[in-house]
Structures are given as structure tokens and as C-alpha cells.
Design a protein around this ligand. Structure first.
Ligand code: NAD
Ligand code: RBV
Length: 495
């Protein structure tokens, strides 16, 4: 019923009908967005943000004539924000045939999606999707002409890649056993995926085997997505090449760090309007995102406590002056708790029960399983939704805590994610990765951006900040054993 109402509002049905495409696995739709009338607002914001994305604009200038992505069908599964709209238009400018979905149910900026839909690019995303809608949108983005797949994928967190691999696995099972396995999953999202794959199987029992041979590769945006890919490389289950965008220095050492340094506070403040100065903030994890988050909170005048499992990161935190503690020992001290680990069950129901009254709990890692939200919802705590993405839970003893964005990444769920400039560095790497895949069609495996290109991305963005770079003399270059034009560091250098 809910889907019906939402669809009536959102869907602009095309004249074409799924029944006229043989073995179509989706209904043929031009797009699914919240409100196409938001397109003008989206376009205005895109125009403004383009000025802050010099990397993408330069790549357009450099490649829009030669069109290295021409003839390639490209699926994106990445937060449908204003920055992503500019990435999409860059990929289109380079010749790609693009379809897009968001990689999170709360991260779409509806005005950005509308502006993209208005250009007749099939985009399937709105803020506040259900899990079923989310996976239907992912399938829509992955399906060209009713039953074809993409050649190239831009993934963030690996959901598009996961759907393909799960679908392929299910077909393998069916081909071997001549029947589909029973759904044994207990997690809601896994059940949704299993049901969707069975629907696809009914429509076309060979769909995923048909599309996989045409996939040239995926470029992955984030730490957690890369970890998922690495596991597939390790167990030899990866079906196509993968490009690790996250570990480009101009991605993780900027977006994860400086991006979160600004967008974490944005998410917390837009949602709760809390005064940060003087509060005690517990940051779980001190990797790139944790470092940015801790620095951010410190700069507002918060007392910051860090939890870590890695002694190197813990030592870094301690030497930055942060108190390093176990979460169990600071539950009654923290006013705000932020998870940044990419790991699961960091904040458990037991932890939340012990927190002080009015504590704020949020996550900025990619997935929502860092906080035990399901257990909290299943507990006897009473949930009041104050507004979308802000819930207050009252425990039996009267103590209350606030949960932001239902445990999903707070900067994109409660605000609009990172600012455009830092996304320009990330997305320049995405575009370079896509060109690399299209031009080289490498063998299955994981690939990194050459350091030289990483330096190029940085160079473009330096100009925008009016920074003057010093040039090495030939003698100096020879003395430290590098080329005057770079690369300036060895591949192992960590920045
Ligand atoms: P990272 O690997 O650099 O850092 C994660 C840190 O968490 C590590 O230092 C690890 O030792 C620590 N950790 C793991 N388990 C822990 C535990 N039980 N307790 C305490 N610490 C623990 O990863 P990253 O690049 O900082 O990314 C972290 C997460 O944020 C990932 O899911 C990533 O995809 C996501 N991310 C989100 C955004 C955003 O805009 N919201 C931006 C970039 C990355
Ligand atoms: N991220 N995207 C945005 N404004 O579009 N903000 C953050 C945006 C990405 C970021 O690159 C990170 O790795 C990923 O979201 C986590 O899902």
C-alpha cells in the first residue's frame, strides 16, 4: 500500500511496457524520484557546486571531445547528492550511458535526483526509501533495456556488486540442484535481497550469468566496499575486475578525514541543534574517518575520548592529546557517541542502556550495523520519532537516548554529506578509474590508481586553493632519487 502511494507520486511511467521486452527483469521506467518539480532547485545547486569541483570540470574539458566512455553502459550505486549529480554529468559528458541509484536509503538529495531525472538520465532514488524500494532501485540502475547489464559500475559500499554476485550464486545453485534454496536469512535486508533475486530468477533464470561477461569492472568508493572486495579476491569469488578508489591518497586522506571533519558536525547539528562546546564526545575508531571526526569535535570545544583496537591508531590518538578508553568505561561520561569503524556491533543494546540520560548516538561508518539498532527496536525501550532521522528512545527506568539517522551514516542521513570541494578529489579518482577500466579492460583482480595520477588530482585542486607548489631542481630531484615531475613518493608511503 505504501509503495503504491509513493509510486503514484513519484513514478512518471514511460509509454514503453515491460511486457514488450522479452525476459525483462524490471518494469521499464524512465526514473523514480520524489518530485520532479525540485529539478530547478537541484540545477541551481549543481551550478553553484560545479565551481567547487575543479577536478571534475577539468576532466570534462580534457575528455569531452575524445569521449573515452562512449559506448559503455555505466551503473552507479552511490549517494544521490548534488556532488554525485556533477559526477554523473561528467561521466555522461565523457560518453557513458548512465543509470543511477543511491547507496543508502536516507542519503539522496531529492533536488539533485530531480535535476538528473530532468535530463532524461534514469535515476532511481529518493530520501527515505524502504529497504525493498532501495534494492528495487539498485536492480533498476543495474538493468539496461529490460534485461541487459552494465559494462562499468561505480559502487559505494559494494551493494551493486553484491546483488550481481548473489544473483550469480543463486543461479549456480539452481543449475546444480534444479531448485532454489529456502530463504534462511534472519536479517530483514538479507531477506529483501533474497526475495528480489527470486523474482529476477522467475523472470529470467539466467539473467546474472547473461550479464556478467559484459561487465568490464567496478570502481569502489569507500573503505568498507574495498574490504568486501578484498574478501572476494581472497576467496576467489570476485567475478570481474575492481578498482580501489578509496585508497588513492587524494581520496581516503582527504574525503574520509577532512570531509568527515566538517560533515559530522553538520549532521549532528542539523538533526539535534545541540551545542557542541563543552560536551564529552566518544569517537569509536581512529582510522581516517575517526581522525577527522575527533578533530572536528575537538575544534568545537568538546572533550574527546577515543576507543580503538589497533595499538598504532590508539597511540596516534593518545599523542594527539585524546583520552583513549574502552567504551564500557565511558558510557556514563559521554554526551555524544560516534561510531567510525566499518565494523559491527560497536555500540550494543547493553551499552545504550548504560549511557547517561539524553545521550546522542550516531554512526558515520558506511553501514548501520555499527550500532545495534535492531536490538534497540526490539527492546522494551519506547521509540518516539521526533522528526525523520531523529528518534528518541525511553528506557523503562525513564532514561532517554537519541538515535540519529536510524544508525545510518549521520552526515548523509541528517545533512548532505561532504562538501563539494573534497568530493571533487574523490570523484576525480572515480572518473580516472572508469577511464582506466574502459581503456585497459584488465583481468579480474584489484587495481590501484598510479601515484602519478593521484598527484595530478592533488595538483588540480591546489590551484583552486591558491596554493603555490615548490618545484624541485634537477639536482635536488637526483639527490632524493625522484623525477622532477614526480611521482614524489614510493607506493608504500602512507601520508
Ligand atoms: P579505517 O580502517 O581507516 O578506520 C577504522 C578504524 O576503526 C581502524 O583504525 C580500526 O582499528 C578501528 N576499529 C575496528 N574495530 C573497532 C572496534 N571494535 N572498536 C574501536 N575501533 C575499531 O576506515 P576509515 O577509512 O576510517 O572508514 C571507516 C568507515 O567509514 C568505513 O565504513 C568507511 O566506508 C566509512 N566512510 C564513511 C564516510 C562518510 O562520509 N560517512 C566517508 C569515508 C568513509
Ligand atoms: N560521500 N559522498 C558524499 N556529498 O556525495 N559525502 C560522502 C557526497 C561518500 C564518501 O566518499 C564515503 O567514502 C562514502 O560516502 C561512504 O558511503
Amino acid at each position: 500500500m505504501r509503495t503504491e502511494t509513493l509510486q503514484n507520486k513519484r513514478v512518471i511511467k514511460s509509454k514503453s511496457n515491460s511486457s514488450n521486452i522479452k525476459n525483462s527483469v524490471v518494469e521499464i521506467l524512465p526514473h523514480l524520484v520524489k518530485d520532479i518539480k525540485l529539478a530547478k532547485l537541484g540545477r541551481d545547486k549543481i551550478d553553484i557546486s560545479e565551481r567547487e569541483m575543479p577536478g571534475l570540470m577539468l576532466l570534462r574539458k580534457k575528455y569531452s571531445r575524445t569521449k573515452p566512455l562512449k559506448g559503455f553502459k555505466l551503473t552507479g550505486s552511490l549517494h544521490m547528492t548534488i556532488e554525485t549529480a556533477i559526477l554523473i554529468e561528467t561521466l555522461k559528458d565523457l560518453g557513458a550511458d548512465v543509470r543511477w541509484a543511491s547507496c543508502n536509503i536516507f542519503s539522496t538529495q531529492d533536488e539533485a535526483a530531480a535535476a538528473i531525472a530532468k535530463t532524461k538520465t534514469p535515476v532511481f532514488a529518493w530520501k527515505g526509501e524502504t529497504l525493498k524500494e532501495y534494492w528495487d532501485c539498485t536492480l533498476q540502475a543495474l538493468t539496461f533495456n529490460g534485461n541487459e547489464g552494465p559494462n562499468l559500475i561505480v559502487d559505494d559500499g559494494g551493494d551493486a556488486t553484491l546483488l550481481i554476485h548473489k544473483g550469480y550464486e543463486l543461479e549456480n545453485y539452481f543449475n546444480k540442484k534444479k531448485k532454489l534454496p529456502k530463504i534462511t536469512a534472519t536479517i530483514e535486508e538479507e531477506i529483501v535481497i533474497e526475495k528480489l533475486l527470486r523474482k529476477v530468477h522467475k523472470r529470467n533464470p539466467n539473467h546474472w550469468h547473461n550479464i556478467v561477461p559484459d561487465i568490464i569492472g567496478v570502481s569502489e568508493e569507500t573503505t568498507t566496499g574495498v574490504a568486501r572486495l578484498q574478501q572476494m579476491v581472497d576467496d576467489a569469488s570476485l567475478l570481474f575486475p575492481a578498482f580501489n578508489v578509496n585508497d588513492a591518497a587524494t581520496k581516503s586522506k582527504f574525503d574520509n578525514l577532512y570531509g568527515c571533519r566538517e560533515s559530522l558536525a553538520d549532521g549532528i547539528k542539523r538533526s539535534t541543534e545541540i551545542m557542541l562546546a563543552g560536551k564529552t564526545v566518544v569517537v569509536c575508531g581512529y582510522g581516517d574517518v575517526g581522525k577527522g571526526s575527533a578533530q572536528s569535535m575537538k575544534s568545537y570545544g568538546c572533550k574527546v575520548i577515543v576507543t580503538e583496537i589497533d595499538p598504532i591508531c590508539a597511540l596516534q590518538a593518545a599523542m594527539e592529546g585524546f583520552e583513549v578508553r574502552k567504551l564500557e568505561d565511558v558510557l556514563e561520561r559521554g554526551n555524544i557517541f560516534v561510531t567510525t569503524t566499518g565494523n559491527k556491533d560497536i555500540i550494543t543494546l547493553k551499552h545504550m542502556r548504560k549511557m547517561k540520560d539524553q545521550a546522542i548516538v550516531c554512526n558515520i561508518g558506511h553501514f548501520d550495523n555499527e550500532i545495534q539498532v535492531d536490538a534497540l527496536n526490539a527492546s522494551n525501550a519506547k521509540r518516539d520519532t521526533i522528526k525523520p532521522q531523529l528518534d528518541r528512545y525511553t528506557f523503562k527506568n525513564g532514561k532517554q537516548i537519541f538515535l540519529l539517522a536510524e544508525g545510518r551514516l549521520v552526515n548523509l542521513g541528517c545533512a548532505t554529506g561532504h562538501a563539494s570541494f573534497v568530493m571533487s578529489t574523490s570523484f576525480s579518482n572515480q572518473v580516472l578509474a572508469q577511464i582506466f577500466l574502459a581503456q585497459n579492460k584488465p583481468a579480474t583482480g584489484m587495481y590501484d590508481l598510479p601515484r602519478k595520477l593521484d598527484e595530478e588530482v592533488a595538483r588540480i585542486h591546489l590551484q583552486h586553493l591558491d596554493a603555490d607548489l615548490t618545484r624541485l631542481s634537477k639536482e635536488q630531484a637526483d639527490y632524493i632519487g625522484v623525477n622532477v615531475n614526480g611521482p614524489f613518493k614510493k607506493d608504500e608511503y602512507r601520508y
